[in-house]
Design a protein around this ligand. Structure first.
Ligand code: GRG
Length: 299
């Protein structure tokens, strides 16, 4: 299903972002050691690195500097890692398993996990403000910080999480379900694409809009597939508890549309995402492969 080029592209990007995170996160021997170990545990091991891959793919479509992309990819992944740590806490989903191993609070305790999440979030903004990003001027840096803050905060991911928590056990309509996921999952994925694009020095308005539309579509497609996998995948395959949404009475795409209806919705979003790349030639192929991967993935 996925072209071999995607495996090569993903392999190279994963190595880059993991090396970047290793460099950008305080080492485990630095005080307070337990906190830094918990941060590294949450961010460094495992994960598909979909958001960093999107940063690199958007950057490659515009010939952006790879060193600048490392910083943005690392920052986005720090936000993602923090969101998973907090989402797994007893006050939220109370999960024991993440990325095939004990969740951060299971491994380090609840207080340490809360602090590790807090510090990962702060680290993301520190990176965007401070780290060396060749080709990115100060005004663009500021815009990046604004985009990531909006995507991560109460009008983005955290807001979506609040809607999600309030929706448990309730009947949501399609529009409400999509609104929740556009915020909870979609906002950070959309931001990853835009932030990667902003690393390029010649981003015109047409291409910016096209990439932003691509990011919006695949952000939602990612969640549709996540809901499908919660029904069809195994705990072993997913590295987290399968069937958890149904068990928690969470509204999902398969619950609303049926499994085939949810698959159709994912395909529709993939099509809309790739259509918006008509502005681009083969330099945007990694974005096309990633869109296909997002709706076909099995973990
Ligand atoms: C608690 C602040 C706060 C936010 C939580 C994104 C989120 C908001 C919670 C994650 C819960 C969840 C399972 C959402 C569904 C989609 C999703 C984001 C899945 C996890 O992302 P993957 O599959 O994970 O990219 P890996 O481990 O591959 O990085």
């Amino acid at each position: 299903m996925n072209p071999p080029e995607l495996a090569d592209f993903a392999g190279t990007c994963k190595v880059r972002v993991e090396a970047a995170l290793d460099r950008f996160l305080p080492t485990g021997d630095l005080l307070p050691q337990g906190l830094h170990e918990a941060m590294r545990y949450a961010a460094l091991e495992g994960g598909k690195r979909v958001r960093p891959l999107l940063v690199y793919a958007a950057g490659q479509a515009l010939d952006a500097n790879p060193q600048a992309l490392d910083v943005v990819a690392g920052a986005v992944e720090c936000i993602h890692a923090y969101s998973l740590v907090h989402d797994d806490l007893p006050a939220m989903d109370n999960d024991d398993l993440r990325r095939g191993r004990p969740t951060c609070h299971r491994a380090f305790g609840e207080a340490a996990a809360i602090l590790a999440g807090d510090a990962l979030q702060a680290q993301a903004f520190y990176l965007l403000a401070h780290a060396d990003m060749p080709g990115v001027d100060a005004q663009t840096r500021l815009e990046m910080i604004e985009i990531l803050a909006l995507a991560a905060g109460s009008r983005g991911m955290v807001g979506g999480q609040a809607i999600d928590l309030a929706a448990v056990g309730k009947q949501l309509g399609m529009a409400e379900l999509e609104d929740m996921h556009i915020h909870k999952t979609g906002a950070l994925i959309r931001a990853a694409v835009l932030l990667g694009a902003l690393c390029a020095d010649d981003l015109d308005e047409d291409r910016r809009q096209a990439l932003d539309h691509y990011g919006k579509c695949i952000g939602l497609a990612f969640q549709v597939q996540d809901d499908i996998l919660d029904v069809t995948g195994s705990t072993e395959q997913l590295g987290k508890q399968a069937g958890a949404d149904g068990a928690r009475e969470k509204p999902t795409y398969p619950a609303l549309l049926g499994l085939e209806g949810a698959r159709d919705r994912a395909r529709e979003l993939h099509q809309a995402a790739t259509d918006s790349l008509a502005w681009f030639g083969p330099e945007a192929d990694p974005l096309r492969w990633l869109s296909a991967y997002i709706v076909a993935r099995s973990s």
